[in-house]
Ligand binder design. Structure first.
Ligand code: FCB
Length: 439
């Protein structure tokens, strides 16, 4: 068993759109994902998240599961279009009431809420006004942050503004695989990257002004390896490393864009922006799943990310590479030095073809192995001198996995989407025992 200090934070992460359902209830209006799901061919199983895990109605049962797991902290996101349904900016009381009840229930179980304001579900009304291409969206986001903080700050242990800026930028605005499904040329998409960063910075200011106890940044990281020794592959792997691992992190932590990315973003940067973007943070969240292999291709997007050779793969064809997590944590530590806040692994997990057996059990030995190996990888980084303070599994429940719909199960708990029955998997019991033993 991998041991951690008693004050190490154990948690699970979820996001609003992936679990809540109730997309048209109590005044919520569509987000870009509701719109995108209705586009032909956008979602692998042509599903929507209209019901998802029905967490909006079943949150008490889900929080009871978290209590049973023995976690310290629950990272969730709030749905912007549930809280601010239209461009008048007027808050929706029923939307705020939901999060009020939710946070009270989380705290009643002795679990600390970690609230992320944006996990990719921009209100459709904001997209109609230009979305993240439009600098005004930054102001709208700051207003939303103020409304949420006003209502919830007394119960939140830790805040985050935006989850994984890189994924939302690339998948949503360059490759078009995610909502809002745009395929902007890189130089136009540069506006999106800059405005996402600026929004996170402004929201941080707003949260501080509302007395936020602790605020973290959250990005995804993956070491980028060239697919071959060919010079073109090596160059593209280096460029992809800048895009994923530094484009968003450098400005947030050291207040400047990496030189290689400057042509993309400079046209959109105004005086004072980088000071806002680099507002100090208390924790740094690392979402880690896999390493990437990158090769050069001809085309508008001159590179392709492929599964690296020689590794076991998850059902997403993502390589199981725990050493990449140690590498990610230690690289952040050496790259940013004193500028790096203490780290938490804010997402880590895997998808396999989990199903219930005839006895109604869900045995997922591959997930147990994955979690165990990645915890060992976190421990290795701590032993190498990196300050890692917590670990959050993605995710508590099987859920709506974006463009993959319900075809990818990441949960510690199996969800039968017909009946909404929750069945803790073997990995749930394993993690519960692991957490209990490490106290
Ligand atoms: C991360 C996302 C999360 C989930 C996992 C599998 O990139 O933050 O919502 O989709 O991947």
């Amino acid at each position: 068993m991998t041991r951690f200090r008693p004050e190490f934070t154990w948690g699970v992460s979820t996001s609003a759109y992936q679990i809540e359902g109730a997309t048209a209830e109590d005044g919520r209006t569509p987000s870009v994902w509701d719109t995108f799901c209705r586009r032909d061919g956008a979602i692998a199983d042509s599903s929507t998240a209209d019901v998802a895990c029905d967490h909006y109605h079943r949150y008490a049962e889900d929080i009871a599961l978290m209590a049973d797991l023995g976690i310290d902290a629950y990272r969730l996101s709030t749905s912007w279009s549930r809280i601010i349904p239209d461009d008048s900016g007027k808050p929706n009381a029923a939307g705020l009431d939901f999060y009020d009840r939710l946070l009270d229930s989380v705290r009643d179980r002795g679990i600390t809420p970690v609230v992320n304001l944006f996990h990719w579900d921009l209100p459709q009304w904001a997209q109609d006004a230009g979305g993240w291409r439009n600098r005004d969206t930054v102001e709208r986001f700051a207003e939303y942050a103020a409304i949420v903080a006003d209502r919830l700050a007394d119960r939140v242990g830790n805040w985050a503004a935006i989850n994984e800026l890189f994924e939302h930028f690339v998948l949503g605005h360059v490759t078009g695989e995610h909502a809002p499904g745009l395929t902007l040329p890189l130089d136009e998409a540069g506006a999106v990257a800059h405005h996402l960063l600026l929004a996170a910075g402004h929201a941080t200011e707003v949260l501080r002004a509302h007395g936020a106890a602790s605020i973290m940044g959250i990005n995804s990281y993956a070491p980028a390896r060239p697919a071959s020794d060919a010079e073109a592959d090596v160059a593209m792997a280096r460029f992809y490393d800048v895009l994923q691992n530094r484009l968003f992190t450098d400005p947030q932590l050291i207040g400047r864009y990496p030189e290689e990315a400057e042509p993309l973003v400079t046209p959109f940067v105004k005086d004072g922006d980088l000071e806002v973007i680099s507002a100090p943070l208390d924790l740094w969240g690392v979402n880690y799943y896999s390493i990437n292999s990158v090769r050069a291709v001809d085309g508008e997007i001159p590179l392709e990310v492929v599964a690296p050779q020689g590794y076991p793969l998850t059902a997403f064809d993502w390589a199981v590479a725990p050493e990449g997590l140690t590498e990610t944590l230690t690289t952040l530590h050496t790259r940013y030095g004193e500028k790096l806040p203490p780290l938490v692994v804010s997402e880590n997990g895997c998808t396999y073809h989990d199903s219930l057996d005839t006895e109604g059990r869900c045995d997922d030995p591959d997930r147990v192995a994955y979690l165990s190996e990645h915890l060992t990888a976190v421990r290795a980084a701590i032993d190498a001198g990196v300050d890692v303070r917590g670990y959050y599994v993605w995710s508590l429940l099987d859920n709506f996995e974006w463009a993959q719909g319900y075809t990818k199960r990441f949960g510690l708990v199996h969800v039968d989407y017909e009946t909404q029955k929750r069945t803790p998997k073997t990995s749930f019991n394993w993690l519960r025992d692991h957490i209990a033993a490490s106290r």
